[in-house]
Write a protein that binds this ligand. Sequence first.
Ligand SMILES: [Zn+2]
Length: 90
Amino acid sequence: MKYRCPRCNFGQLHAARSSYVRRMGRQLVTIPGFRLWRCDFCGYTRYDAASLARIETLLGPDITEGDTATSFPAARTEGPAERGPRRWSS
Ligand SMILES: [Zn+2]
């Protein structure tokens, strides 16, 4: 299954592994070796939908400022999720 990159509309998303990082209260939770998808052209990255669903079952939904809690579309069960790693400015 191939997924065209939604950002550059040129590259393709390939399965990869990297760390899942999210903030829970004052703590950063890091899960190494997390499945995600990365564009081979521009580096656009999205978490794997199935893996993300599993982690949110364990940890609860990742709702932070700026996210809309109500309008999340029907969850995809495979392929890239709607969300990817955030960049936190230190
Ligand atoms: Zn791209």
